[in-house]
Design a protein around this ligand. Structure first.
Ligand code: NAD
Length: 256
């Protein structure tokens, strides 16, 4: 029997087969989890996600624009009606307008900053608030961050500031929800080729650099992120909350 047999989870952020959320989902499904999926509204994301998750026959696959409270409420209502509870939540969602991502941080517009923060950070707060009542006496929440929230990674710009806020949001959420035995953690992943990372200028160079300079001297694989995500979402990390775990071939410890 898999480690997640009988566990019910929500995965927010599968866009295609390269999504980190999909790498994690595949392993969760292999371990017996029952998963509800949400995706960005729109016919093309709906079709791509339906093709990916369809063979698993999930009971819930819903569009959810995390900027819309009504969308979020509908997802958790559906989970309550279908399952009556939730054991884990994977939040793997981020966005900044390309014009903002490609501009120096000092040029960030007020509107672009709010949009990036709303989608990439506030959505975790909203999702945790909606998830907590369904989590009963235990639950695990995981969000995905990047080293650009700790140090200046040129080209990451407003998203670096979002990741700093995301990591500290996870700590506050861990504090608020800890007495209900709901754990909230971050996984800081090294660079992986996905739809989102394609929008970061110089991403291929950044991935090459990380591979060369990291202690392990190689590029990170999505499956390695997924393995660590299962640890943080599962019972083996029962004493871990508010933590940011680097899964980056060790890149973040290097000072040269
Ligand atoms: P991805 O593009 O596959 O995933 C991003 C997801 O965010 C997509 O599913 C997209 O539909 C969703 N999204 C964007 N705006 C949304 C909205 N308004 N409502 C609902 N969903 C919305 O790319 P990914 O690389 O798998 O990104 C997942 C997470 O991992 C992000 O938080 C990203 O910042 C983080 N991350 C990625 C890398 C990397 O190198 N790829 C490294 C570290 C952290």
């Amino acid at each position: 029997m898999g480690a997640f047999a009988g566990k019910i989870g929500l995965v927010m952020g599968v866009a295609n087969e390269r999504s980190i959320a999909w790498a994690v989902s595949r392993k969760l499904l292999d371990e017996g989890a029952e998963i509800a999926f949400t995706h960005l509204p729109g016919p093309s994301s709906e079709r791509r996600v339906a093709e990916l998750v369809g063979p698993q026959n999930p009971k819930i696959v819903l569009p959810c624009d995390v900027q819309k409270d009504a969308d979020i409420a509908r997802v958790f209502d559906e989970i309550r009606e279908t399952y009556g509870r939730l054991d884990f939540l994977l939040h793997s969602v981020a966005f900044a307008p390309p014009t903002e991502l490609n501009a120096p941080y000092v040029e960030t517009t007020r509107a672009g900053w709010h949009l990036a923060m709303d989608i990439s950070v506030y959505s975790l707060v909203a999702a945790c608030r909606a998830a907590a009542p369904l989590m009963g006496d235990s639950g695990a929440v995981l969000t995905i961050s990047y080293f650009g929230g700790e140090k200046v990674v040129p080209g990451y710009n407003v998203m670096g500031v979002c990741k700093a806020a995301l990591e500290h949001s996870a700590r506050h959420l861990a504090w608020d929800l800890g007495r209900r035995n709901i754990r909230v953690n971050c996984l800081s992943a090294g660079p992986l080729r996905t739809l989102s990372s394609a929008g970061i200028s110089g991403f291929d160079e950044l991935r090459r650099h990380a591979a060369e300079k990291s202690p392990l001297g190689r590029a990170l694989e999505a499956d390695e992120v997924a393995d660590a995500a299962l640890y943080l979402l599962g019972p083996n990390s029962s004493g871990v909350t508010g933590e940011t775990l680097h899964v980056d071939c060790g890149y973040s410890i290097v000072g040269l």
